[in-house]
Design a protein around this ligand. Sequence first.
Ligand code: UDX
Length: 467
Amino acid sequence: MDPKPPSPPHVLIFPCPAQGHVNSMLKLTELLLRAGLHITFLISAKDHDRLYRFTTVHSRLSSYPGFRFHVIHGLYEGPIDTDEKLNLMLIDSLPKVTTPLLRMLLLDSQVTCFIADGILGFSLDAAAGTGVPVMFFRTISACAFWAYFCIPDLINSGDLPFQGTNLDERIVNVKGMEGFLRRRDLPSFCRSGLSNTTFQEVTSITRRTPDAHALILNTFEDLEGPILSHIQKHCPNIYTIGPLHAHLKAQSISKSTSSNSLLQEDRTCIGWLDQHAPKSVLYVSFGSIATLTRDQLIEFWHGIVNSEKPFLWVIREDLVSSLDDENNVPSELEKGTKERGYLVGWAPQEDVLTHSAVGAFLTHNGWNSTLESIVEGVPMVSWPFFADQQPNSRFVEAVWKLGLDMKDTCDRRIVEKIVKEVMEVRKEEFEESARRMAKLAKESVSSGGSSYRNLDRLIEDIKMMTP
Ligand code: UDX
């Protein structure tokens, strides 16, 4: 009788329970499954239920042998739109509930390798002494990661904490960003003072990255090469394998998107887009976490309507943080929206950005949204909300030249002006650079491209590990 063939490597994958994190780590999961690896994916009960109801993820992934979700009960499952709630998640809920579970899984499940969300630094403690290598996957850009990483240097140089309101002052102590980084472009929590717990937590977690066996980033070398070379001095074993969604598309026979959405998508907007001329529509979405005050909503709304562009706007159920009794929409907005707008609670965003009618994306520059826009060659109007989005939007404007950044303003005249600037006045210029970057993004995941090779290397390196 032939000896039993060796089992494929078994990888434990653990994302922070939030849309942007679950989404990109599921994409990594699918790529590893396609290479024949076995995966256990840790997920909160609520997210598991939402994936089951709103996506084809369950049926898609269960067709691979060796895939399973492992549901974690008892996590904080509310929104994480404020520092306090992020702390509740990162410090109170997650480590307490999952550290014992992780140790048990790592010791009992023949795990070859543990890919943990890099924001969950305690994963290193849970794995200590088990002999299982931990790789950190960060869902943010290399430029945002590097800005987080340099925070202790900024404290040493006296750049942090900063007083007063001069947010335009240059920061010259983040290597690779000397020429263009301002205080306002640092991660948002840098504004809150050194005693802020989110600031301390995120800084110390990021500084632990070199303790992990490797760092995996959802980016590509042509986009962030110079910054990656700075990170590499501290974390020599980096795999840049993004854009992950483009990888999946490149490997699919159908070219269809593989949605991992935790909210129900309203696909009627695709029919609405079909009725519009190429590159005429402004797509507006602030991702899954950001919230607006009612005043900000109204300023955006006026600016968008006054720009006179057709617009598709994602207004999540919980987008507006402070709804009061003045819920009435001013009549001029109602009229402009009826004539040119289409509002949805949640869109099939990857398909929207692929649609030929979309001419620009007013975005909060969450990293998934930014990459999705880059891959489809859609110029951006940036309005970062928090954390990594501040450096991302600076790179969009000052480095990649893919759009304009209007951070820290929310004024109807500015919104109108910037939308017109991107979609009319400097349209050709932004379309040209967006086209160029989209080509590089697609090449990176094509056979022989940098992310294609790095993904192969990651898979081969995992296969060489022994449980
Ligand atoms: C946040 C961060 O800012 C981000 O950088 C980090 O990597 C994860 O946490 P989020 O605010 O949700 O994430 O933004 P983003 O990273 O852009 O992710 C949103 C995802 O939701 C995208 O993949 C986008 O396609 C999807 N989406 C958004 C939809 O499917 N439909 C929508 O209507 C809006």
